[in-house]
Design a protein around this ligand. Structure first.
Ligand SMILES: [Zn+2]
Length: 75
């Protein structure tokens, strides 16, 4: 039974995607844990995915990268 050439692309791609997702989850975890130790809110931009913090809790905070107003990720 010949191995399909497609699996040479799909399997590494799936592995790479899994690693990226794990890194993203780890990054989120670190950001949220760091946020707990300080009195600041975490925001994630819906446009460019940039994660940033504001010292004072505001309902909306402007993304430093693209300028979009975002709501805090967690209370
Ligand atoms: Zn942004």
């Amino acid at each position: 039974m010949p191995v399909e050439p497609l699996s040479f692309i799909v399997i590494p791609l799936t592995l790479a995607l899994g690693v990226l997702l794990a890194l993203a989850a780890a990054y989120d975890f670190v950001v949220f844990r760091r946020r707990k130790s300080k009195n600041e809110s975490v925001y994630r931009c819906r446009d460019c995915r940039h994660i940033y913090t504001e010292l004072h809790r505001t309902p909306l905070a402007r993304c430093p990268k693209c300028g979009r107003q975002n709501e805090p990720v967690r209370e």
